[in-house]
Design a protein around this ligand. Sequence first.
Ligand code: NDP
Length: 296
Amino acid sequence: MTATLIDGKAFAASVRERVATHVARIKEAQGVTPGLAVVLVGDDPASEVYVRSKGKQTVEVGMHSYEHKLPADTSEADLLALIEQLNSDKAVHGILVQLPLPKHLNESLVINAIDPAKDVDGFHISNVGLLGTGQKSMVPCTPLGCLMMLRDHLGELSGKTAVVIGRSNIVGKPMAQLLLGDSCTVTIAHSRTKDLAEVVKRADIVVAAVGRPNFVQGGWIKPGATVIDVGINRIPAPEKGEGKTRLVGDVDFEAVKEVAGAITPVPGGVGPMTIACLLANTLTACCRKHGLVEPE
Ligand code: NDP
């Protein structure tokens, strides 16, 4: 058996299209254009690629994009002052501070300085609390994208057994909250979990957010399970030439696809959905700010 591929790239394109249509409507009817400010501190090449891609896609759906590139030695006071300025800027509906920040900056202090209503990454402690208590919040983009793909592929998630591998604040924990919110029976596994293979084998839904290339094995998967691979790992690819690399997920794709019912590829799975959800969150933040109907 070979699993169905869940095409995150195509799904993300449909999400962006819906966002663009909604943006055009509120521009026309209310004269409001959503704006997303992205703050990048330092010159981490991977972060620069993400920020460029976010800016490009923001403009493509008709929103305003504001990029703030700060030097690596920016002081905490200067960064907080910029966030304060963006918090009070009426043209800015969403603020994203690209992580990781340089070591001398306190990440939680910086994130918690963002106005929670503009916290389109959903990392502010208020949004974390709202999500944890099942209230309306800004939902972190990567888990939101995973949930959207799961709902689209499986329909009703209620009663399904889900295992999330990874307990980070940005992926694992909010993913588990979202699945719980959809009435799954959720287990969060991590590096101290015993008999991980047995734990994973119980799952109708597996979400892997580990950060280890090809970690989840085919033999761990319950036949027919839906597997969402969040991992993005760069590994050497000598077959492509000396010094070349390629991206792989946290799931041994070739083996798992023979057992699973459905699987997201890497690249082309969760990654594109993350940015699409960022745009959707920015639109949601804008609609809430102006008392407009929110996108579905
Ligand atoms: P973190 O490093 O913050 O968390 C990794 C988690 O995996 C930890 O909870 C850790 O457990 C757990 N873990 C590590 N080793 C094992 C093991 N042997 N068995 C079981 N669990 C283990 O990573 P992130 O959550 O930030 O990211 C995870 C992956 O997702 C990365 O590859 C990252 O690049 C990718 N990612 C992709 C995004 C996208 O848009 N597609 C967005 C964000 C991340 P413990 O807590 O015990 O240490």
